[in-house]
Design a protein around this ligand. Structure first.
Ligand code: FMN
Length: 674
């Protein structure tokens, strides 16, 4: 046996950590392809590390995304805890491990692909070897630009690392043309896509392999399950869960629209009666998950499009694996033992509005009776079709829009639920304090429209062009919550404790700076209530300095929590309140910046709100504040960094490093969301 052959392993583990399903689906595709290529592959979520015996694995491909503010996804938190502990105590813990990492992230966020970067560092520090360079894919510009070449390269290097059980098969190629898509019905929106490029292609190349058919919906008259109380709106299989962290039913005790009719967005304030649940387990700054369904109209229209009758949609079934060698997608695994109806699967288990994925389009291509539809879907999933694919994603289609656009596609409900991503619960910040025994939260109703311009229109030839159209889109959870607002219903929720320390330290007098535009102000309402209580109970020697920055469009329309904030300010629980109303006349007012508090008083800084724009902008602004302060107070530089910049001050890069350090020390905390 040669040395190379002796080194070759016989099994391959594909592990993922995913918050919204991209890493899950990409890792699953790698797993499926690996099996087809003859590798003894397994596929697991990272938090199953104990079950799968992570410490003895020899060859692993990781696909991990980043969420929050550079945080690992929730389904990997247990793994991280153990990894940190292991690598801290044993620097040779993983010398037997060879790995490859594919990271998913978005350069619009400040910690690009932090999970992948950290994982790589930790594994290396414990002696593991990367057998293939790390791939870092950017969701801001299109994941596939990195993902596809990275996976191609993986197949090229893998034979030298892992032995195949059998030889695999190669990819197919296909032929083409162009189209403009037909309108659909009320619930569905018309998509407009340019397939001109197809006409010039001799063959479509680089389309992914069609994902294997994994499950079968097996109806049986013998199946039964308990019924839900009529006031409880939730996934039937989650209603009966118990134990730590399990979701529970909470009643919508009150709901109030807190924006005026003229405001661009509608913001609701809701109170949930927890009925004794989560008692003593949460603090201001925590969040919770809401389990929301796809809209009933969308599901009904989709069932009609799939040709599933109401009777068939309601019948109970089990989801059976077609091939016992291949694992079912994680979101379907429980239904091998737990009866479910097609209607419930489409309502609660899969995301019908998720950004389309190439694998899904590729699978749908195989369900088309007409060559033109099949070729267009193949093109969309191929490398050549990336521009049209990106335009499709920009139009944020539901799966129903896609099925209406490709009329000859006759996918079954069983196939659809396995190629769509899981429907994830939505997360909201709690804006009450624990003494209330209620969760109060604020949310904007997500509704927006997109402009679609006919790709074939020209200024000279308006007769043949479609008029520019508007596509209207809605979120999943917030329109549903709004609909429930005035009904006496219970919904399913689960506590999501803030693991990053986004909490006001108890009875501490350090100054606090809070930045929370729009609904980002929510957790600070809870903070201020906590402060008020501590002051009333005499637990603080003096009133600590608390400064809040709030911004919205108009003072008159969408100044959220105005009376609470002004009341707290009047009582000096909130020492300073700085507001900015961006669309009001003379809005460019400047307010003071907390330089002195930041540098000389070690103030804690909390930022909450939109991760993409705001989080990054506030980070930049804080860095600028530090640079300016150092210009006027050179003696402060020493306090901030070991060595000053060349000109003696603080450079922008150094200021950003200071902020990173503060984040690590948990005096600069951010709770950011999309
Ligand atoms: C709320 C939120 C926060 C995010 N934070 C980061 C981040 O800090 N750094 C980063 O590189 N990407 C960030 N992303 C981008 C995701 O990593 C990216 O969209 C990825 O494709 C998601 O993969 P997943 O569906 O497997 O979780 C964030 C996305 C969301 C929705």
């Amino acid at each position: 046996m040669t040395e190379q052959a002796a080194f070759v392993d016989s099994s391959l583990a594909i592990l993922y950590a995913s918050q919204t399903g991209n890493a899950e689906s990409i890792s699953y595709n790698i797993y499926e392809e690996a099996v087809k290529r003859g590798y003894a592959a397994t596929w697991h979520v990272l938090d199953d590390h104990e079950k799968l015996g992570f410490n003895s694995l020899r060859t692993v491909v990781f696909v991990v995304s980043t969420t929050g503010d550079g945080d690992p996804p929730d389904n990997s938190t247990k793994f991280w805890r153990v990894l940190r502990k292991t690598t801290r105590s044993n620097k040779t813990a993983y010398t037997h491990l060879r790995y490859a990492i594919l990271g998913l992230g978005d350069t619009n966020y400040s910690n690009f692909c932090n999970t992948a970067q950290r994982l790589d560092k930790q594994l290396q520090a414990a002696g593991a070897h990367a057998f293939y360079p790390k791939g870092l894919a950017d969701d801001g510009t299109g994941l596939e630009e990195t993902v596809e070449p990275w996976i191609d390269g993986l197949w090229a290097v893998l034979p030298a690392v892992v032995q195949r059980e059998t030889e695999g098969v190669d990819e197919a190629t296909e032929a083409i043309e162009r189209m403009a898509i037909e309108p659909a019905n009320d619930v569905s929106q018309q998509l407009v896509l340019d397939f001109t490029m197809l006409a010039d292609l001799k063959a479509i190349t680089g389309a992914p392999r069609a994902p294997a058919a994994l499950c079968r919906i097996a109806h049986s008259e013998d199946l039964a399950r308990g019924s839900l109380p009529p006031d409880l709106v939730c996934p039937p299989w989650l209603a009966a869960q118990t134990g730590e962290g399990a979701p529970f039913a909470a009643r919508i005790a009150s709901a109030q629209l807190i924006t005026s009719p003229e405001a661009l967005k509608r913001t609701w304030l809701m109170d949930l009666d927890l009925d004794g649940h989560a008692h003593g387990q949460w603090q201001a700054g925590d969040a919770f998950n809401v389990y929301a369904p796809n809209s009933a109209e969308l599901v009904a229209a989709l069932l009609a499009r799939l040709g599933v009758s109401a009777e068939e949609a309601a019948r109970l079934a089990l989801v059976e694996p077609v091939d016992p060698k291949l694992a079912l997608p994680a979101h379907l695994q429980r239904f091998t033992a737990e009866p479910v109806s097609i209607c419930d699967l489409l309502t609660w288990a899969v995301d019908l509005s998720a950004a389309p994925r190439k694998q899904t389009l590729r699978a749908l291509a195989d369900c088309c009776a007409e060559t033109a539809d099949r070729d267009r879907l193949l093109f969309l999933s191929s490398r050549q079709g990336v521009q049209t694919f990106n335009e499709l994603r920009r139009q944020a289609p539901t799966v129903l829009d896609i099925l209406h656009a490709f009329a000859s596609c006759s996918v079954t409900a069983g196939r659809l639920v396995e190629i769509l991503p899981a429907l994830q619960p939505r997360s909201y910040s709690i804006c009450s304090a624990p003494k209330d025994e209620r969760w109060r939260f604020a949310f904007n109703v997500v509704e927006y429209s997109l402009e679609v311009v006919d790709p074939f229109s020209t200024a000279e030839d308006s007769s043949t062009s479609l008029a520019p159209a508007k596509i209207n889109r809605k979120g999943i959870c917030t329109p549903w919550l709004e609909e429930l607002a005035k009904k006496d219903k219970r919904i399913l929720v689960a506590l999501r404790p803030n693991i990053n320390g986004f909490r006001l330290p108890e009875a501490e007098t350090r100054p606090v700076i809070m930045v929370g535009p729009g609904t980002g102000v929510a957790p600070f309402i809870g903070f201020l209530q906590q402060r008020e209580q501590e002051i009333q109970e005499g637990r603080l020697g003096e009133k600590p300095f608390a400064w809040l920055f709030f911004g919205c469009r108009h003072y008159a329309y969408d100044y959220l929590f105005q009376s609470e904030l002004e009341d707290m300010h009047a009582k000096q629980v909130l020492t300073r309140l700085s507001t900015c109303f961006s669309r009001d006349a003379g809005a460019r007012e400047r307010f003071g910046v907390p330089r002195y508090l930041l540098v000389e008083k070690d103030a804690m800084v909390f930022v909450c709100g939109d991760a993409k724009g705001m989080g990054k902008d506030v980070n930049e602004a804080l860095a600028e504040i530090l640079v300016r302060y150092a210009e006027k107070h050179p003696e402060a530089v020493e306090k901030l960094v070991e060595a000053p910049a060349e000109e003696g001050g603080l450079s922008k890069v150094q200021a950003l490093q200071v902020l990173m350090l503060w984040a690590k020390q948990k005096r600069y905390l951010r709770d950011l969301w999309a």
